[in-house]
Design a protein around this ligand. Structure first.
Ligand code: NAD
Length: 433
C-alpha cells in the first residue's frame, strides 16, 4: 500500500485518485478549487464521468480518500505525488505550464525542511523537455539543492479517455514510466500492481513523446477517415463502407477505432496536444507537414458540417449534443460548441439538447455549467428531445446523447447526422423557409 498525493482533482486526477484507493492505496487529493475539495469530501465527483460517483462514494466512506487545498498537508501524509493539473494551450499554441510549475514549486518547498525520500510523478501531458529543463530546476530551487537520490522526478503519462475513464485506467495499452534510472520508477510501478498491462520504463523524454505520438495518431486517423468520407461522398461512394472494408486489409494492421467518417475531433486533449507538437516543430524549424495539416483538416471538416446546416436553408436548428461526446460535461474544444457558436453568431434560431452538460456538479441545481461558461447558450438548452423536435426544422445529430430516440417518428423536419458522413435526411414534409 502506498501513500499517494494526487494534485489536481480534474478528470484525470479524480479518476486516478478513486482507482488508486480502490486498489488499496491511501490517497490525499489536492486542488486549489475549494468547491472541488468540498465536493470530494461529500463523496461526489466534481466532474461528470460514468461510474465515478459510485467509486468515490465507496472510497470516501471507507476513509481511503481525503481531499484538501493544502499541499503541505498532502506532502506530509504521502510518499509519492502524482501531478495531474491542467496543461492547456497557451495563446501561441504551445502548452501553458503555469499550474504544473506552481505545484512542483510548492511540493519542493514542502520537502525542503525534511530529509524524507519522495517521488514526484508528472501525470499531466507535457512536451519532452518541460520536465527536464523547466520543472527540475524549479524543484531544485525550491528544495534548496539538487534532487540527489532522495527526491525522484518521473513522468507517467495518462491514456484514459473521458466517458470510459475508469475502464481505460484499468486497461491501459501499457504503463509507461519515464525515469532517469530504472530503480526510480519502482514506486510508480508499485501503484499499478493490480493493472494487467505491459510495463515500460524508459527515459523521461521518450515517455513524454509517447503520449503526444498516440494522440497525434488518433487525430490523424480521424482526419484521414473524414477526408476519405468527404471524397467518397463527392465520388458517389459510401465512405462508411469504404473504411469498414479498408480496415480489413491486414497490411494496414490497424485498429478501426477512430477510422470511421464522422465529425471533427475535439475535447481537451487531441487538439491541444497536436497544436503543442506542431507549434514546437514550427518554432524549431522541424519540418512536419503531415502533422501540421491535422488541425487545418479538422477545421475544414468542421466548416463542412456548418455548411451542411447552412445549405439546408432552415433557420430553426435543434442541435443534439454540445460536449465533444455523449455523457461528459467537458466542453473544452468541443466541435459542437464551435458549430453552435457559428450558427448563433449568424442569427440562427438555435436550441440545444445535451443533458450531460446541464448537470451542474459544482454550482448547485439553480446554476448550470452552461450558465457559467456559455451564458448566451443557457436559454437555448432544452430538457427533452421532444422539445427540440417541436422547435427544429433541422435536427443536427452531433453526439449519441439521445441514442434510442426515434427521430423519424417525432421529428417533422430534416435531420443531418454529423456523426456519420454529414448526410442530410430530408423528411417528406420538410418545411422550407
Ligand atoms: P482538469 O482541467 O479537468 O483538472 C485540472 C485540475 O487541476 C483542476 O481541478 C484545477 O483546479 C487543478 N489545479 C490547477 N492548479 C492547481 C494547483 N496549483 N494545485 C492543485 N490543483 C490545481 O484537467 P484534466 O482534463 O484532468 O487534465 C489534466 C492533465 O492530464 C492535462 O495535462 C491533460 O492534458 C492530461 N490528460 C487529460 C485527459 C482527459 O481526458 N481529460 C486524458 C489524458 C491526459
Amino acid at each position: 500500500m502506498s501513500r499517494v498525493a494526487v494534485c489536481g482533482m480534474g478528470y484525470v486526477g479524480c479518476v486516478t485518485a478513486a482507482c488508486l484507493c480502490r486498489d488499496g492505496h491511501q490517497v490525499i487529493g489536492v486542488d486549489i478549487d475549494e468547491r472541488k475539495v468540498a465536493s470530494l469530501a461529500s463523496g461526489m465527483a466534481p466532474v461528470s464521468e460514468p461510474g465515478l460517483d459510485d467509486l468515490l462514494k465507496q472510497v470516501t466512506d471507507e476513509g481511503r480518500l481525503v481531499a484538501t487545498t493544502d499541499i503541505n498537508e498532502a506532502v506530509a501524509n504521502s510518499d509519492i505525488a502524482l501531478i495531474a493539473v491542467g496543461t492547456p494551450s497557451a495563446v501561441d499554441g504551445s502548452i501553458d505550464t503555469n499550474a504544473v510549475e506552481r505545484v512542483i514549486a510548492s511540493i519542493g518547498q514542502a520537502l525542503a525542511e525534511s530529509d524524507r525520500e519522495y517521488t514526484i510523478v508528472l501525470r499531466s501531458t507535457l512536451l519532452p523537455g518541460v520536465l527536464e529543463d523547466t520543472l527540475r530546476p524549479i524543484l531544485e530551487k525550491s528544495l534548496g539543492g539538487p534532487l540527489g537520490d532522495r527526491v525522484r522526478l518521473c513522468n507517467n503519462p495518462e491514456f484514459l479517455r473521458e466517458t470510459t475513464a475508469i475502464r481505460d485506467y484499468d486497461r491501459p495499452p501499457f504503463v509507461v514510466v519515464g525515469a532517469e534510472e530504472e530503480w526510480q520508477a519502482e514506486a510508480v510501478l508499485e501503484l499499478y500492481s493490480r493493472i494487467d498491462a505491459p510495463r515500460i520504463v524508459t527515459d523521461t523524454r521518450t515517455a513524454a513523446l509517447v503520449k503526444y505520438t498516440c494522440n497525434a495518431y488518433h487525430a490523424a486517423k480521424v482526419a484521414f477517415a473524414n477526408e476519405i468520407g468527404t471524397l467518397a461522398r463527392a465520388l458517389g461512394a459510401d465512405g462508411q463502407e469504404v473504411m469498414r472494408i479498408a480496415c480489413l486489409d491486414t497490411q494496414l494492421n490497424v485498429s478501426p477505432a477512430y477510422l470511421r467518417p464522422g465529425f471533427a475531433f475535439g475535447g481537451s486533449c487531441l487538439p491541444k496536444d497536436v497544436r503543442a507538437l506542431t507549434r514546437f516543430a514550427q518554432r524549431e524549424a522541424v519540418a512536419s507537414p503531415l502533422l501540421s495539416s491535422l488541425l487545418p483538416s479538422n477545421e475544414a471538416h468542421l466548416v463542412r458540417g456548418a455548411q451542411m446546416v447552412e445549405q439546408s436553408g432552415h433557420r430553426k436548428i435543434g442541435l443534439v449534443g454540445l460536449s465533444f461526446k455523449a455523457n461528459t460535461d467537458d466542453l473544452r474544444e468541443s466541435p459542437l460548441v464551435k458549430i453552435a457558436e457559428h450558427l448563433y453568431g449568424r442569427g440562427y434560431d438555435l436550441r440545444i439538447y445535451d443533458p450531460g452538460v446541464q448537470v451542474s456538479r459544482l454550482l448547485g441545481s439553480n446554476r448550470t455549467y452552461v450558465e457559467q461558461h456559455l451564458p448566451h447558450f443557457a436559454e437555448l438548452m432544452v430538457d427533452t428531445p421532444e422539445e427540440l423536435c417541436q422547435h427544429a426544422e433541422l435536427v443536427v445529430l452531433g453526439t449519441n446523447v439521445a441514442d434510442g430516440f426515434d427521430w423519424s417518428s417525432h421529428c417533422g423536419g430534416d435531420v443531418v447526422d454529423l456523426r456519420r458522413d454529414l448526410v442530410v435526411t430530408v423528411h417528406e414534409a420538410a418545411p422550407v423557409t
